[in-house]
Ligand binder design. Structure first.
Ligand SMILES: [Zn+2]
Length: 89
């Protein structure tokens, strides 16, 4: 919990949306997150958590994140990140 609250504090103080792709990782699987509008979606097919971005600040609390169905996750990944799904990089 300490980790999460310090992340939220840092994000509130100086949040740059451009950092979203490189810095934040899924709080459950530590996988890369992919931005989908007002959401961040975990790139791990076994995890599939989706975190909401509220007022420009990602809410990384697992209990407030939603779990995507495999179907929804797959179509999101194909739409948002076609390169990742083809070469696993
Ligand atoms: Zn994850």
């Amino acid at each position: 919990m300490m980790e999460i609250s310090s992340l939220k504090t840092a994000a509130t103080m100086s949040f740059d949306p451009r950092l979203l792709d490189g810095v934040l990782v899924c709080t459950k699987s530590k996988s890369r997150l992919i931005r989908d509008g007002e959401f961040l979606v975990c790139s791990d097919s076994d995890c599939r958590m989706r975190f909401e971005i509220k007022d420009g600040i990602p809410n990384m609390l697992l209990e407030e994140a939603s779990l995507l169905s495999p179907e929804d996750w797959t179509s999101l990944m194909q739409r948002l990140d076609p390169q990742n799904s083809s070469n696993g990089q």
